[in-house]
Design a protein around this ligand. Structure first.
Ligand SMILES: Nc1ncnc2c1ncn2[C@@H]1O[C@H](COP(=O)(O)OP(=O)(O)OP(=O)(O)O)[C@@H](O)[C@H]1O
Length: 131
């Protein structure tokens, strides 16, 4: 294969990869209840953060928290589907796989809430009590 063909080929593959990834996001944001809740919380936190005015490092923590929770939620949904595809039977390993994936989201979400409280908490308290 010529270099030009290889380049075109990889650009097409990259485009397809993006297309499928966006299909996944579209699917999750229309079908997955938990992902919709995370999305709503993310928008809310972004609005509150913008309103309160954060420093660059604070924005970094907020953005890492938001995108981390959503990425883990997407992986959790993918694992749920793979498990359901692998067995329709009740199986302890199926339960462990789903519960462990859900636990990963929970652990990260707890961290995100703690970060939110540390960064937004004092600013919100100041806003409420200085008025
Ligand atoms: N094949 C299975 N064998 C054993 N336990 C399972 C199986 N499928 C699901 N479970 C368990 O049943 C409970 C509910 O699982 P379910 O697949 O409905 O997901 P969920 O946690 O309700 O998530 P969601 O509502 O996001 O789909 C979980 O504790 C899960 O581990």
């Amino acid at each position: 294969m010529a270099l030009e063909d290889k380049k075109t080929f990889s650009i097409i593959r990259l485009k397809s990869a993006f297309k499928y990834a966006f299909q996944g996001i579209k699917y999750a944001s229309t079908v997955e209840k938990n992902f919709k809740i995370h999305l709503l919380c993310a928008v809310l936190v972004l609005f509150v953060s913008a309103f309160l005015g954060l420093q660059a490092v604070e924005w970094l923590f907020i953005i890492i928290s938001i995108f981390g929770v959503m990425a883990l939620e997407l992986i959790n949904s993918a694992i749920e589907r793979v498990v359901d595809l692998s067995t329709t039977e009740i199986h302890p390993l199926a339960k462990q796989a789903k519960d462990l994936a859900a636990a990963a989201v929970l652990v990260y979400a707890i961290m995100a809430v703690i970060i939110g409280i540390i960064i937004l908490g004092p600013k919100l308290i100041q806003l409420i009590f200085n008025h």
